[in-house]
Design a protein around this ligand. Structure first.
Ligand SMILES: Cc1cc2nc3c(=O)[nH]c(=O)nc-3n(C[C@H](O)[C@H](O)[C@H](O)COP(=O)(O)OP(=O)(O)OC[C@H]3O[C@@H](n4cnc5c(N)ncnc54)[C@H](O)[C@@H]3O)c2cc1C
Length: 381
């Protein structure tokens, strides 16, 4: 059996970006995906993900700023436009500490942005309902990544640089084997010097054979698309509205790119106990709730529900990513950046994972993402 250099488990955006990073460096890489590339039973499918740098943690703001260059490099390499700059607006009156922390981090990282008062917000965005207490942070470079197209681009480009991509192959087990690893998948056995696990919500099943166990919560989140009442009103930024009342779930709303205004409520996902259970149809009650919440931010803006889709999130106990080598078997690298904001960082995370697999370390600071913090952790924050 031929020894592979690097085997990647999972062809969502993280696995695809990692295959691209490795193949571009001339590494021999095989990516195994259990379903078809672009399927809807993970976290990376769909029309849009937000890109922007407003975070209450400076390390994410810095990473997001660096990610813009990584996307620009991919765009230059492929001739495709992937970052659609619509501007991004974060709004709120309930948790001003959160927005002030974001503002201070944007300033510290040197990201261009404006702080807007309630009267300034009303003048600039008359479509929005703005209470007197509301403040806004506007990042002109914020925007949208066409999610499924980004994954397809990484895969296509990885192939062009020589990566082998196999879909419909389910990895059952990853096991350390000398200085490399053995991978059992759909009746075949592979050996590789390095294995990278980017398996999203399916990761806990693979960690069992690696004697790793820590609590991960998997939720199903729903997005709904609405026909705007008047398409001429479409010139909006991506809006994250934290609202006036902390008991009301925040809303994220994407401008119409031709398929309607996309909206989702944050923090209301339903628990997924078994990642292999067939995804249920989108919940009509949640569609109504999204419509109601959207109407609070943009009164009368949405005319009619067009469609809805669901997507998985994988939550670590402290809400930070996990990106690290296995504590005992350093030839195995694990990444769980599938909390609700990882997509924008995918090209950087792909480089980090490639560094960790090939060099054993990365120049990016992954201190907040280390695996050790997760062991013996039971409590969700
Ligand atoms: C509703 C929602 C909104 C979001 N909004 C944003 C946003 O606005 N901005 C942002 O930056 N991020 C956002 N995110 C987060 C972002 O989408 C995720 O961080 C990212 O998609 C995670 O990608 P992944 O490759 O880690 O996981 P996945 O996309 O789930 O990929 C994992 C892949 O591994 C495969 N796999 C698993 N097990 C096996 C196995 N045993 N054998 C073979 N293959 C296997 C799976 O089939 C899957 O294709 C959002 C996420 C959700 C759910």
């Amino acid at each position: 059996m031929r020894m592979l250099e690097v085997l990647i488990v999972g062809g969502g955006v993280m696995g695809a970006a990692t295959a691209y990073a490795l193949a571009r460096r001339g590494r021999r890489v095989l990516l195994l995906e259990q379903f078809a590339i672009g399927h809807a039973r993970g976290s990376s499918h769909g029309l849009s993900r937000q890109i922007g740098c407003a975070y209450p943690q400076l390390y994410y703001t810095r990473l997001a700023k660096a990610a813009y260059q990584a996307w620009a490099d991919l765009e230059a390499d492929t001739g495709q436009r992937l970052v659609i700059k619509t501007g991004a607006l974060a709004l709120g009156a309930a948790d001003l500490r959160y927005l002030r922390a974001c503002a201070s981090n944007l300033a510290a990282a040197g990201v261009p942005f404006e702080s807007l008062s309630a009267p300034e917000l009303r003048a600039r965005f008359p479509q929005l309902a703005i209470s007197d207490q509301t403040i806004g942070l506007y990042q002109p470079d914020g925007g949208i990544l066409p999610a499924s197209r980004c994954v397809a681009t990484f895969i296509e480009q990885a192939r062009r640089y020589g990566a082998a991509i196999a879909s419909g192959v389910r990895v059952e087990r990853v096991m350390p084997d000398g200085s490399g690893a053995r991978v059992d998948a759909s009746g075949a056995t592979y050996r590789a010097q390095r294995v990278i696990i980017t398996a999203g919500s399916y990761t806990p099943l693979l960690l069992r054979s690696l004697s790793l166990s820590f609590p991960l919560l998997i939720t199903r989140e729903q997005s709904a698309f609405f026909l705007p009442r008047d398409r001429r009103l479409g010139n909006l930024p991506v809006i994250s509205d934290f609202g006036d009342d902390e008991t009301n779930p925040p809303l994220i709303c994407f401008p119409d790119l031709g398929e309607g205004v996309k909206a989702e409520r944050l923090g209301v996902g339903t628990l997924v106990r078994n990642p292999y259970e067939p995804p249920p149809l989108p919940d009509p009650v949640e569609n109504d709730q999204i419509a109601r919440r959207l109407n609070q931010t943009l009164p009368g803006y949405a005319a009619r529900l067009l469609r809805a889709e669901t997507c998985r999130m994988t939550h670590t106990p402290d809400g930070d990513f996990l990106i690290d080598r296995h504590p005992e078997f350093g030839q195995i690298v694990i990444a769980i950046p599938c909390i609700g904001h990882g997509f924008k960082l995918a090209p950087l995370i792909g480089e980090m994972l490639a560094d960790l697999a090939i060099d054993g370390s990365t120049a990016c600071d992954i201190t907040p993402f280390r695996l050790n913090r997760m062991l013996n952790r039971q409590v969700y924050t």
